[in-house]
Design a protein around this ligand. Structure first.
Ligand code: SER
Length: 867
């Protein structure tokens, strides 16, 4: 069975059991401050489990792209060193939201594994939760009883809280789980040691394939458990491990999920993969074929590598891959980007984003590779210097501070420093390095640290966002919780009716006030978390259940929505002018300005920019009315021609924003008519990343201000120039200035000519040669000319001129040709320049040096006289 068939069979099976098949959510999460990436299939359904939102269907199944590289579930360090952990992996899952529970979940899993996939029953073991006294949780007898019906009791194993109580993170939905493990060893091996002993023991051939979680609880921030409003099922099956089991392999890397990638690495590197666990070359190959998947999927979902947040995690994964290939495969040139095409061929038909974004993914990876390889090269030079220094100091240990700086400031991999040092018989101070690393971690943690308390729920149920139609609303608080950070104590509130737009789709969240007759609070920001709209306020009302009036800041909102609507017009104009390869890759829409990142490979020309600006302004002038379609089926919107973005999570019903021919799926707030936008003005165009351009622009009040300022400046200029035609006047000034400059130059030359005669007569005989040492205030250009001429005209001479024109010390030395080889102008200047704290150089016959210390000229003069 190919991996494609295995995936399809899973989806078909659950479809036949009345599950709605949904697409994978993006791998990068946008509206969950507690989590950066989807780390399991259930992430996208968190708000269903918590009861904040109504599930789209009672039964759902899918394959989800997951990434476990940060937070509670982090497998990064294991990847490559074993045969079954991955950064990015697919999780096949089926869900019941308050529908079936343990009985059906167990029956479905068993039927699929043993009958559809045909895994022999004697290869399977299952675990159940043994209970936990400290949490007051009982043994999962129900699960035990359901398993007993299909599998012999000696294959049911009790598991502790660590293995059999699944939690998504430090807080959130959780519950006891039951895992299915498969024993892939040969009959001989099985005869020696029973599989029972190897379950949950990190044996590479006795692995967990499927985890059935019975969600019943919510772990609160204070650590306690509360019952969820309903019982749910969340299952997750490791797709790559399932392929290993069904394809009769002993490593995930030997399945057809990875073999095409491995073959390509072999071809490009000329190194053979032998599948050995400890072999460094094999580890490197496993690391590469694993990491390329994580990085490619993340970029295809819109997460570019960067210096912070999720982008930094992606950059680090890619750099780990580059570092391994540099060290163990001897690959010193970019090549990982060439694997993207293989991945696209393999998975593009299931994950269309790879197909569509392939070129961008390739270009971004290539440029990251180039820049990190440069980092490695310059780092190697630094390491070399450190090594010389250490040896010169008779030490065996590289200086810790510098080693840490190499890693922290220059991004040079510390393991590379370690290896190179060892090759020279030196070491690094591991303890000191770790201390520095921890201190740094603590510093960055302290900056962002905040303590979030549990929700106090005043009223259950869904809140209502009314901000599309009004910016003020009568409301009351349904939940609140305390937040403490370095700026003090705040409260997050959820409102029954919220006019505050929560940050999302690039648009900033609303600020405003929440007030009633007795109290007033500032709303500092509004965000979305697990489907809840959360506003941050600067205090807690004395009566939290009172009626309040919520008002979003009208001016900010007006300007933000002008910028949002014009972003749509800009997107359309860019596609018109540059082509339909242009796709939105990120945006920021605030009251002050907008930023729009999009795929395009060249710098835009002046003409293209002008045309885009013109087109957008033409649409604004057409006064196009907003057509808003709320809650229409996604297919209907796509059929109408709406643009959807990669990496965005869309539900079944969506909102479409239309301004004439511009149609986008969008959750933001917009003007009612394009005429409200005011003038659109581009302010910059630059590169955001490989293959991605960035435009910044203004509209609304800001562009009014911009033009007013411009007018004011022109007016001031016109008064200053006493002319209405400022351009002509400035042209005239420039012309005048040029002719004055020419006059001055001629004048200087004349003056220098006069000097030259005096200087010629001032040479002194010193031994067998002539020496002129002279101070002057002539400008440096003239001095150079004169010295050059003198060294030619006066044989057997040395000319040293010290000048102080414009308050800058300068020394010029000329040596006549017949003295060349005896005296070096360069060497003389080096000696003299020390006095003026300067540097410079030239050739043996002529040299100049500028300096910082004007007062030093006198010393230089005395030194010169003694030559
Ligand atoms: N949430 C569980 C897991 O990740 C099952 O999907 O293992």
């Amino acid at each position: 069975m190919t991996s494609q068939e295995i995936r399809q069979k899973f989806l078909d099976y659950f479809k036949s059991k009345e599950h709605l098949i949904v697409p994978s959510a993006p791998i990068v999460l946008k509206d969950d401050p507690t989590l950066m990436f989807s780390n399991s299939g259930m992430t996208q359904f968190k708000d269903f489990f918590l009861g904040y939102k109504t599930p789209t269907a009672p039964r759902i199944a899918d394959t989800q792209k997951c990434l476990r590289v940060s937070g509670k579930h982090n497998d990064l360090d294991d990847v490559g060193r074993d045969t079954y952990h991955h950064t990015m992996f697919e999780m096949l899952g089926n869900w019941s939201f308050g529908d079936y529970f343990k009985k059906d979940a167990i029956a479905f899993a068993w039927e699929l594994l043993t009958e559809v996939y045909g895994i022999p029953k004697e290869n399977l073991y299952v675990t159940i939760f043994e209970g936990d006294a400290s949490e007051n949780l009982e043994r999962d007898q129900a699960a035990y009883d359901y398993w007993k019906a299909v599998i012999s009791e000696d294959r049911i194993i009790n598991g502790n809280k660590k293995d059999n109580f699944w939690e998504m993170g430090a807080s959130g939905p959780c519950g006891p789980c039951s895992e299915i493990h498969v024993d892939l060893r040969t009959p001989e091996e099985k005869a020696k040691v029973s599989g029972l002993e190897l379950v949950n023991n990190d044996h590479p051939q006795v692995v967990e394939v499927w985890n059935l979680v019975f969600m019943e609880f919510n772990r609160k921030a204070d650590g306690s458990l509360e019952k969820l409003p309903a019982q749910h099922v969340d299952t997750g099956m490791g797709f790559e491990r399932l392929c290993m089991a069904l394809q009769g392999k002993s490593s995930n890397y030997d399945t057809d999920v990875f073999t095409p990638l491995i073959a390509k690495v072999e071809e490009l590197s000329g190194k053979k993969y032998t599948g050995i666990l400890e072999d460094e070359k094999d580890i490197a190959i496993r690391v590469i074929v694993d990491h390329i998947r994580a990085v490619s999927f993340a970029i295809a979902d819109g997460q570019l590598p960067s210096n912070g947040g999720a982008g930094y995690v992606i950059r680090r994964i890619l750099r780990r891959g580059i570092s391994y290939s540099y060290r163990f495969l001897d690959m010193k040139e970019p090549f990982l980007y060439k694997l993207v095409a293989v991945l696209k061929d393999q998975m593009g038909s299931v994950f269309h984003e790879l197909e569509k974004q392939g070129k961008l993914v390739t270009d971004v990876i290539k440029s990251e590779e180039e820049s990190f390889l440069r980092t490695i090269e310059t780092g190697l030079i630094r390491v070399d210097k450190l090594i010389q220094q250490t040896i010169a100091n008779n030490s065996k240990v590289l200086p810790t501070q510098e080693v840490f700086e190499l890693y922290d400031t220059y991004g040079f991999p510390d393991d590379l420093t370690r290896i190179i040092a060892e090759e020279k018989g030196l070491t690094i101070d591991e303890k000191g390095f770790e201390v520095a690393l921890n201190e740094q971690k603590l510093r960055s943690k302290a900056d962002s640290a905040q303590k979030v308390y549990d929700w106090v729920t005043l009223e259950e149920g869904e809140e209502n966002f009314v901000g599309y139609d009004q910016i003020e609303a009568e409301t009351h608080i349904t939940r609140y919780r305390k937040v403490e950070n370095k700026d003090g104590e705040f409260y997050q509130v959820v409102l029954s009716n919220s006019p505050f737009y929560p940050e999302g789709g690039g648009q900033v969240g609303d600020k405003g006030v929440l007030e009633n007759a007795t109290e007033s609070f500032e709303v500092l920001e509004t965000k979305k978390e697990n489907g809840l709209i959360i506003s941050l306020i600067n205090g807690l009302p004395k009566d939290a259940s009172a009626i309040f009036y919520a008002k979003a800041d009208a001016t900010d909102r007006k300007n933000s929505q002008a910028n949002h609507s014009v972003t749509h017009l800009l997107h359309e104009a860019l596609r018109d002018v540059l082509g339909t390869h242009v796709e939105q890759k990120g945006s920021y829409v605030g009251p002050e300005y907008l930023r729009f990142d999009f795929s395009h490979f060249n710098k835009m020309t002046e003409e293209e920019l002008a045309l885009v600006e013109e087109k957008v302004n033409a649409k604004i002038k057409e006064s196009i009315a907003l057509q808003e379609f709320r809650n229409i089926p996604i297919q209907e919107a796509i059929d109408k021609g709406a643009m959807a973005l990669f990496g965005e999570k869309y539900g079944d019903s969506v909102r479409m924003i239309q301004f004439g021919s511009s149609k986008e799926l969008c959750g933001g707030t917009h003007v009612k008519n394009t005429s409200e936008i005011g003038h659109f003005k581009l302010t910059s165009e630059s590169s955001a990343a490989a293959g991605i351009r960035r435009i910044e622009a203004i509209s609304g009040d800001k562009s009014d201000e911009y033009f007013k300022n411009l007018e004011k400046q022109v007016l001031e200029l016109s008064q200053l120039l006493k002319s209405k035609d400022v351009v002509r006047s400035i042209e005239k000034l420039i012309e005048e200035n040029a002719s004055l400059k020419a006059e001055v130059e001629a004048f200087k030359k004349e003056k220098a000519k006069g000097e030259i005669g005096d200087w010629k007569g001032a040479y002194e005989q010193k031994g067998d040669k002539l020496l002129l040492v002279k101070k002057t205030s002539l400008d440096s250009g003239s001095v150079k000319d004169i010295v050059f001429q003198l060294k030619k005209e006066i044989p057997t001479s040395i000319t040293i001129i010290l000048s102080d024109a414009d308050g800058k010390p300068m020394i010029t030395v000329g040596v006549s040709d017949d003295l060349a080889g005896i005296y070096q102008a360069g060497a003389l200047i080096k000696e003299l320049a020390k006095e003026i704290q300067g540097g410079g150089g030239g050739n043996p016959g002529f040299a100049t040096a500028g300096g910082k210390n004007l007062d030093g000229l006198e010393n230089a003069y005395q030194k010169a006289l003694n030559i």
